[in-house]
Design a binder for this molecule. Structure first.
Ligand SMILES: *[C@@H]1O[C@H](CO)[C@@H](O)[C@H](O)[C@H]1NC(C)=O
Ligand SMILES: *[C@@H]1O[C@H](CO)[C@@H](O)[C@H](O)[C@H]1NC(C)=O
Ligand SMILES: *[C@@H]1O[C@H](CO)[C@@H](O)[C@H](O)[C@H]1NC(C)=O
Ligand SMILES: *[C@@H]1O[C@H](CO)[C@@H](O)[C@H](O)[C@H]1NC(C)=O
Ligand SMILES: *[C@@H]1O[C@H](CO)[C@@H](O)[C@H](O)[C@H]1NC(C)=O
Length: 422
């Protein structure tokens, strides 16, 4: 047999995986014959004939998967309101190795609003502050959050933070005496948050996930994504803007009152404000264009997911997201999805009152196109004019008649496959 430099071969193989050479020391197969290159491709095969190669591949694959495990992932669910982001957040919250935070930008945005700073001029500053806060949090720092709470914590102790109760990590030992998975029970039974302890606890988790609806465009994440200390995995969650609007009208009743009137009377109020939904659509299309143009800074870090596809088959989509991120599939995740997408348990989006605002239980069997029964054609057509680009980018069909709009047997969601950018 020809002698060969195993070190050199392994070095090449592992460099491509980003594994440190020092991790390979345990592999000493200097006497084995040289494999025909490339070794990593060989190791993907099922039946490896050569014994030495097989043994080596076993070692390599073991190291490979433990490496995959070891790298802390910074998962972000990037969305806008009423796109099912709470539901998707839960898909990650249920994983025992994930430290999950629900909308951590809430407090900071609130302080900006309280100061009357939410203007065009300060927008850049705010986005920068959001990024800094996220950076702080992804590294388990809670000092920024502490600073932005309106009730000032004493000795790092605060009664709560926004939606603490939906984060399993924040409602489990050592932050709570025992695991409380029901939001209201967590708030009632768990002790106040000690942010020093929150920080220590966070560091023990392998991965961190957050969901936010407060950044406008994917491009706003760029400087953060390119920071070599970060290991971002972006789930870009989108939904048909007509569905978003219908859901908002019934959820944020005060803000969308004029739309409600339009929908019920069939007459467009004169002072109706199109700005918000137009901005939503522009942000959506800009972000989708950025993501789908596959810029190098998003390589390995970006996956576009349509809410409608999740609703159609939540387990399948959840597995795809896990796969993309490199997270092991867990029984408790499967169970949670099954329980929370069941017709008889889950509460659907309601179109009559705001009761279920922010509910995380979304029904998969519920037709994700139910909005079609809750918007009049006029509104739908207006939206199609305002959001045409977004609709066609994401594969949502337009309608031109009441018959087309109301007949749910013809889906408006074109089958599209958006492969993760790996
Ligand atoms: C390879 O391993 C198998 C099973 O472990 C053994 O039966 C076989 O003799 C080995 N072949 C050589 C060439 O060592
Ligand atoms: C908060 O947690 C830290 C770290 O575990 C601990 O040292 C500190 O005493 C705690 N503070 C209070 C007031 O309990
Ligand atoms: C939904 O939940 C009910 C009550 O727990 C159960 O009887 C039923 O089999 C479930 N259906 C599905 C499709 O999981
Ligand atoms: C719009 O009006 C229709 C018919 O009156 C009603 O069924 C629907 O729930 C309304 N939609 C919303 C979002 O309130
Ligand atoms: C809805 O569309 C389907 C398929 O195109 C058609 O067979 C059905 O008659 C339509 N229903 C109504 C009420 O128009």
């Amino acid at each position: 047999m020809m002698e060969c430099s195993w070190k050199a071969i392994l070095l090449v193989a592992f460099a491509s995986l980003g594994i440190q050479y020092s991790a390979i020391k345990s592999l000493r197969k200097a006497n084995a014959p040289c494999p025909s290159m490339p070794i990593l491709n060989q190791c993907l095969q099922k039946d490896i004939k050569d014994n030495a190669t097989r043994l080596l591949c076993e070692d390599i694959n073991k190291l490979r998967s433990s490496h995959k495990e070891q790298t802390r992932k910074h998962i972000i669910i990037f969305a806008t309101t009423r796109t099912g982001s709470s539901f998707v957040g839960q898909i990650f919250n249920q994983h025992p190795d994930v430290f999950y935070l629900f909308e951590p930008l809430y407090h900071l945005q609130k302080s900006f609003n309280d100061f009357g700073l939410q203007t065009e001029k300060t927008q850049k500053l705010i986005v920068g502050a959001f990024r800094d806060l996220l950076h702080n949090l992804y590294n388990c720092g809670f000092s920024f959050i502490e600073n932005s709470l309106s009730w000032k914590p004493q000795n790092h102790i605060a009664r709560s933070m926004f939606r603490r109760g939906v984060s399993i990590a924040l409602c489990s030992p050592p932050l709570c005496d025992k695991v409380q998975k029901v939001e209201s029970v967590c708030l009632r039974k768990c002790k106040p948050l000690n942010f020093t302890l929150v920080s220590e606890t966070c560091l023990k988790y392998k991965n961190i996930a957050m969901k936010t609806v407060r950044m406008s465009e994917i491009i706003d994440l760029r400087t953060l994504v390119e920071d070599p200390r970060m290991n971002f995995k972006i789930i870009h969650l989108v939904r048909d803007p007509r569905g978003i609007l219908a859901s908002r009208i019934s959820t944020f009743i005060d803000i969308y009152q004029q739309w409600q009137i339009w929908n019920t009377t069939g007459k467009q109020p004169r002072n109706i404000d199109f700005e918000q939904i137009t901005t939503t659509c522009t942000d959506l299309s800009n972000s989708v264009k950025t993501g789908l143009s596959r810029p190098s800074w998003l390589k390995g870090k970006y996956m576009l997911v349509r809410y409608e596809d999740i609703a159609m088959d939540p387990i399948k989509k959840a597995k795809e997201m896990y796969d993309f991120i490199g997270l092991d599939w867990k029984e408790e995740v499967q169970l949670w999805i099954e329980q929370n997408t069941n017709v008889s348990i889950a509460i659907k989006e309601k179109y009559s009152s705001g009761n279920t605002k922010f509910s995380t239980n979304r029904n998969s069997a519920e037709n994700s196109e139910n909005w079609r029964l809750h918007l009049c054609l006029d509104i739908v057509q207006k939206l199609q004019t305002l959001c045409g680009v977004t609709l066609s980018l994401l594969g949502y069909k337009m309608v031109n008649s009441v018959e087309e709009l109301k007949n749910l047997s013809n889906s408006l969601v074109e089958p599209r496959i958006f492969l993760p950018f790996t």
